[in-house]
Write a protein that binds this ligand. Sequence first.
Ligand code: AR6
Length: 176
Amino acid sequence: MKSSNITLVLRVWQGDITTLPVDAIVNAANPSLLGGGGVDGAIHRSAGPELKTYCAGLGGCETGQAKLSPGFALPSQYVVHTVGPVWHGGGQQEALALAACYRNSLLLADAEGVVSLAFPAISCGVYGYPAREAAQVAVNSLCQAFEDCHLSKQIWLVGYDQHQCTLWQEALAARP
Ligand code: AR6
């Protein structure tokens, strides 16, 4: 049964997620898990080639799911790879898929003993999800999923730019 004295702290941080010395960072990957552009490219570059070799053995990842790897040369011990939905206008259950990314990433990290965890704005770059709506989905999903965690969490919501940080702050202010 869940202990009542575990705590959730959500904070916003601006910068390159690959520099954060947290237990785990989350990657906004694609279904191949073999790397790409955006934050995925940055994570693979910073982790080194061992990450791609390791990910090749993971068998890919479906949208909304999450898979774990070591961080290799990153300051973080782990990378949680998740695949966000491609935005098609909102009528293809994109919000459900995005919520699943945050939930499954958090629960996978919790099962591995992770306490400090950093998320980028999943799907808000190449995949085109409107960033304001995505931030609300993310914060709601994390707060709900924390109910099923066994360890306290310090979660960093990372914005690469100031605008994304403002959207994270607004979503936190409106959290349930
Ligand atoms: N640190 C923090 N945030 C970053 C960084 C970084 N180093 N680099 C970019 N962002 P995206 P997606 C932000 O496109 O939309 C890849 O090719 C960025 O400003 O990385 O989920 C994958 O392989 C944006 O707010 O991910 C997939 O094919 C957010 O990270 C596809 O892109 C997400 O942008 C996934 O697209």
